[in-house]
Write a protein that binds this ligand. Sequence first.
Ligand code: SF4
Ligand code: SF4
Length: 672
Amino acid sequence: MDIPTANRAWDWTPPQVQPWILGALFLFSMGAFFLSIWPKIRVMRLAVPENRWDHPLQRIQNTLKIAFGQSKLFKDSKPGLMHAMFFWGFLILLLRAAQFFAIGFFPRVEIQFPGSQSLFDFYGLARDAVIFLVVLAAKYGLYRRLVLKPKNLTLSFDGILILVLILFIMLTDVLFEAAWFSRNPDQLSLWSPLGALFSWALMDHLSPAALIATHNAAYWGHVSFILFFITLLPNSKHFHIVASIPNVYFSNPQRTGSGLRRIDFEEEGKESFGVNNILDLSWKSLLDLHTCTECGRCDSVCPALNSGKPLSPKKLTTDLRDYLNAATPRLLETSGPAPGEGPALLGGVIDDETLWACTSCGACEEACPVMIDYVDKIIAMRQGLVMTESRMPKELEQAFKSLEVNSNPWGFGKNTRADWADGLDIKLWDKENPTEYLYFVGCNGSFDHRGKKISTQVTKLLKEAGVDFSILGMEEGCTGDPARRAGNEYLFDLLASTNAETFKAQRIKKVVTHCPHCFNSLKNEYPEFGANLEVIHHSELLAKLIQEGKLKREEKSESTTVYHDSCYLGRHNQEYEAPRDVLSAGVDETARREVENSRENGTCCGAGGGRFLMEENTGTRMSHNRVDELMATQPDTIAVSCPFCVLMIEDALKAKNLHDKVKVKDISEILE
Ligand code: SF4
Ligand code: SF4
């Protein structure tokens, strides 16, 4: 049987030879691909185990939305559209690639079944549309890299090489189709418009022999470019093409709270805690490193980098990845870390200052299109610094001591914790006669001059609405959040265990708190300590009370008010509506403003991650940058729902001499 022209990949050789040549190329490229990724997989197996197999439905949903739907990419419209074109285009063109290989391996086979022609026609049209869009996207990608050169994007040679390869793959596909039509004008079909268009040009200019040569060259060019592309992937940043779908699938499915886990300090033989070498990271963290696309979206939103601190989340990832790749042969040889070889991870590959600059705000994670985790990695490396290497800023040493002795980071006497409530007629928790809610005040609300005003206002509103609540008084202790975020997991464990014991002994079930850091810790981290509480942030409770008609405000303020989202209420716990609902009860709609970076894109005030305990001497202050953003809305009032944001923003306003013009209010004070 003769070979159909469309299936001829090489006219000048016997048909039996064609599959062997293609098979050899295919095996070589697949062999190179697997030889490159196998060491990466083996190293991941040596890393810390982590269960990422739970919540399969949620994971599938996230994968469909984020990986296949490319939802995060569209936040940055033009490059987002470009990447989406590549991704969706490649999905559609996978079939075309399969057809090319089928032609080479089975040249005598023609696929035909009832209705197959209509299906092929329709696919031909879709394919040409996709090729057209992918070519546009690749040209835009080249223009971006060679002309626009965005500041946060890594402008590497392999980025350009991959775009050129994509262009060649598209062009050889069209050329193959065009040459086939030129050799068989009776087969010319407008269902393949690109092939048809170019075939007219080829017929006019090429001899029959040249057409055959073009047809054959286009075929072998196309399959060779695809195979070269595959071999390049594991050895370039474009490995994300392989790693991003699994990385999204195995990412934190709920995106709330944190992935930090309690450490077993009693574990026999354990001498170091936290991350001290690369294999102390979990396998998922190593997969993160291989997935980074170097797009720089994380850098563009990082408040630390944007205020001149030595922390670029992208560089942190690529430095760790390059170190991991360089160390892989050594790690595999010794089946684990080989001490003394290569630079130290902490203080060598990653500077201490880089780690201390992070506010754990999570903006980088929100921006990352492939769901790379930062906060947990940075905190785990801080744990290595604090608990294993005893290296930390001196302000933290003092704060840790105070937390240990007085259960607050500033050294106020433990026995003065409830002094703020003197004369306010607030009940103390009585387990024999419990109230509905425990109001967990937190260190800021108990000791800070400004924080105490917020606690007082919260209790006034709760009383006004008839909420049955009490406080723990001197039995309350710091949740441990600042210790945990600053890497002192041992101290966090101590504080959390003590509080959890109190909650259990006092039979406490429902907790309201106005501090998002306490809220996050009690809600998401205390269950590991046996405290399964129903935790509600005061914004949520106030919004509920307003909705139930228990807190009424006849008159609304007309003072222009903008709301600043707290990272730990917003990004870390996805609560954006409740504080806005409270605001709408107290401020006239015409006076409410939204800052450009709000909700999940809100910019951090600079207090989180234990940063409020540390000096900020490098670059500009993060709070100053945030105030500049907020001032663009020309507010009279900045509303917040976190006592630490209140402090940071008030200080920034003072430094900018704006404090007489603009007031900062907790949302409870908005209802004052
Ligand atoms: S968590 Fe915030 S401060 Fe830390 S690296 Fe990410 S964006 Fe920067
Ligand atoms: S970590 Fe994510 S956002 Fe940052 S450069 Fe890598 S892929 Fe882009």
